[in-house]
Design a protein around this ligand. Structure first.
Ligand SMILES: N[C@@H](CCC(=O)N[C@@H](CS)C(=O)NCC(=O)O)C(=O)O
Length: 291
């Protein structure tokens, strides 16, 4: 790789497979499957294929919230997709999400399975299916969908932009880190101003907008993302802090955050979830003790 200061793009971009980045082994400029592999199917109507990243936990949090409200149709099997090992390029996964990214959902409750991909789309699908966490009346519905789409459009600047260049890129490029730190701080200020006037993003009620935004920006202000709390001075966003704490206090959020998680405290990792009792018996600390 050429030092960024000396780099002039060639006339035609060429794929350099060994570009040295942290995700070099899974990043490629071609879509579609790399290998044949069927997805497992469990006994519940909803089959989730995911990983406990901020995009993945949006869905498990919503499912746990729905179950907590008594919607038994939201029972689900959560299967682990190890993206670092290329599971997202298996043929079965690509059939459910042609974009090869977690999370992906298969709803098998009707005569024909329905596939749903893109976390924002999955949240909307489930909220509409069960009639919860998405206001039916305007203007709250418009506000909820606006913040949901805000998250989908904004988080790539946080993850793919700031997080990538601050934490993962093989060289620290001042221009890139500056550019994205500026944008992420602007986004935090957008949220802080909204949450100064409103308890939750869409208004007085907790909705899928909060469920989508919290894993990214709540996690950021709590210092869980990229080791960047001090760099971004996240303690200054007082309203975001208040909102992040209120959401983290919800038992369903604590459960949803554990599902398909592969890192952190073993007590917070439930690699696969097939039954509500798995939280009591199958987190990694229990598995380690039992094993
Ligand atoms: N816009 C998508 C983004 C999904 C996404 O980026 N997922 C990442 C993990 S957080 C992934 O599967 N990466 C695997 C890859 O890029 O190959 C969504 O919200 O569902």
């Amino acid at each position: 790789m050429t030092d960024s200061a000396d780099y002039t793009p060639p006339k035609i971009w060429v794929w350099n497979k060994g570009n040295g980045g942290q995700f070099a082994n899974i990043n490629r400029p071609i879509a579609g499957p790399t290998h044949e592999k069927e997805l497992p199917v469990g006994r519940h109507p909803l089959q989730l294929y995911s990983l406990g990243t901020p995009n993945g936990v949006k869905v498990t949090i919503l499912l746990e919230e729905l179950l907590a409200l008594g919607y038994s149709g939201a029972e689900y099997d959560a299967w682990l997709i190890k993206i670092g090992e290329g599971d997202q390029f298996g043929s079965g996964f690509v059939d459910v999400n042609p974009n090869s990214k977690i999370p992906a959902l298969l709803d098998r409750s009707g005569p024909t399975p329905i596939r749903v991909f893109e976390s924002g789309s999955i949240l909307t699908y489930l909220a509409e299916k069960f009639g919860a966490f998405l206001p039916t009346e305007q203007p709250a519905r418009a506000e909820c969908l606006s913040w949901l789409f805000w998250q989908m459009g904004s988080a790539p600047y946080l993850g793919g932009g700031f997080g990538h260049f601050y934490a993962y890129a093989p060289t620290k490029i001042e221009y890139a880190i500056d550019r994205f730190a500026m944008e992420v701080k602007r986004q935090l200020d957008v949220l802080d101003r909204r949450l100064a006037e409103s308890e939750y993003l869409a208004g007085k009620d907790y909705t899928i907008a909060d469920i989508a935004v919290w894993p990214w920006y709540g996690g950021l202000v709590k210092g869980w993302q990229y080791g960047a709390a001090e760099f971004l001075q996240v303690q200054d966003y007082k309203n975001v802090q208040r909102w992040a704490d209120a959401i983290f206090a919800r038992p369903a959020v604590k459960r949803g955050r554990k599902v398909n998680r592969l890192s952190g405290d073993p007590a917070d990792q439930l690699h696969e979830r097939h039954d509500a009792s798995d939280f009591d018996t199958k987190t990694q600390d229990k598995v380690a003790v039992a094993g």
